[in-house]
Design a protein around this ligand. Structure first.
Ligand code: CP
Ligand code: NVA
Length: 306
């Protein structure tokens, strides 16, 4: 594994290895056990979009591993003035040991990896959010004791979260059901990937059919970053695609609820469901830190010299 560009590039075994390492690093951090496995290394963090969790968890994570994080706002980089990503990649590779990027086009992340010579980590694109879904799977596994055979349900926009949850969930042996309005389905490449899983995957516009018997229900905002201009139209299109108490009544009795955050209460999730499941949702947010530390160690740790 040289990069984390999208979960489609990883095997189920590689995902599980990352989750295991995330659990181990979490244990070491909680018990004060030294795990400075990236001493002296520098991670650059390029942000073309806003962030609370991704920025803070990467910056704290690299610090806990003994390295340094460099926050690089795209507005202040020459990339924001049109310097090609091919050149930025080759320059940053001369200074940094790894780079995380949050941007719009998946191609930009792929190009950063193609033209640079250091590990690249996708911190969210319009296409996917692999770091988030590693944290999500880690959280579900922690709460449920395993993943294979559980039913993961996603309700809402067929966006970056839907794409990554479908791929990640199927690869670790979960059954995945998705409900989106017909005009907002997940990406075609993800749907063709999922079609190979037969009846372990289902896509519908009926939220009750998708949620029936679910062990964990995910949702996400109706208008992602970059789509603010469509917010009003989307509010109309997604009416009814809400995770509320009535929907949870058709799920498994001990259903978990996950939300990558930020959440819009009263839109994709009700206040009552959010607060009843807040413990699971904030465990999920915490696990961004541990899962991403695992990604950084896997990609950036150097073998001993002697
Ligand atoms: N869930 C997530 O990626 O949050 P931020 O946008 O705050 O980084
Ligand atoms: N789908 C959301 C996720 C935010 C973490 C977005 O892209 O804005």
């Amino acid at each position: 594994m040289k990069h984390l560009l999208k979960l489609l590039d990883l095997s189920g075994e590689q995902i599980t290895e990352l989750l295991n390492l995330g659990d181990q690093l979490k244990y070491e951090q909680k018990h004060g056990i030294d795990h400075q496995r990236l001493k002296g290394q520098t991670l650059g963090m390029i942000f073309q979009k806003s962030s609370t969790r991704t920025r803070v968890s990467f910056e704290v994570g690299i610090h806990q591993l003994g390295g340094t994080g460099l926050f690089l706002s795209a507005n202040d980089l020459q990339i924001g003035r049109g310097e090609p990503v091919q050149d930025t990649a080759r320059v940053l590779s001369r200074y940094l040991d790894g780079v995380m990027i949050r941007t719009f086009a998946q191609q930009e992340v792929e190009d950063l990896a193609k033209f640079g010579s250091i590990p690249v980590i996708n911190g969210l694109t319009d296409f996917c959010h692999p770091c988030q879904v590693l944290a999500d799977l880690m959280t579900v596994r922690e709460h449920k004791g395993g993943l294979a055979g559980l039913k993961l349900c996603y309700i809402g926009d067929g966006n970056n979260m839907a794409n990554s949850l479908i791929v990640g969930g199927l690869k670790v042996g979960m059954n995945v059901s998705v409900a989106t309005p017909k005009a907002y389905q997940p990406d075609g490449t993800v749907l063709s990937f999922a079609s190979a899983y037969g009846d372990k995957f289902s896509l519908t516009d009926d939220i009750h059919a998708a949620a029936a018997g679910a062990d964990v229900v995910f949702t996400d905002v109706w208008a992602s970053m970059g789509m603010e201009g469509e917010a009003q139209q989307r509010r109309a299109a997604f009416t009814g695609y809400q995770v509320n108490d009535e929907l949870l009544s058709v799920c498994a009795r001990d259903v978990m609820v996950q939300h990558c955050l930020p959440a819009h209460r009263g839109e994709e999730i009700t206040e009552s469901v959010f607060e009843a499941h807040a413990n699971e949702i904030f465990d999920e947010a915490e696990n961004r830190l541990h899962a991403q530390k695992a990604v950084m160690v896997k990609l950036m740790e150097k073998p001993p010299l002697f």
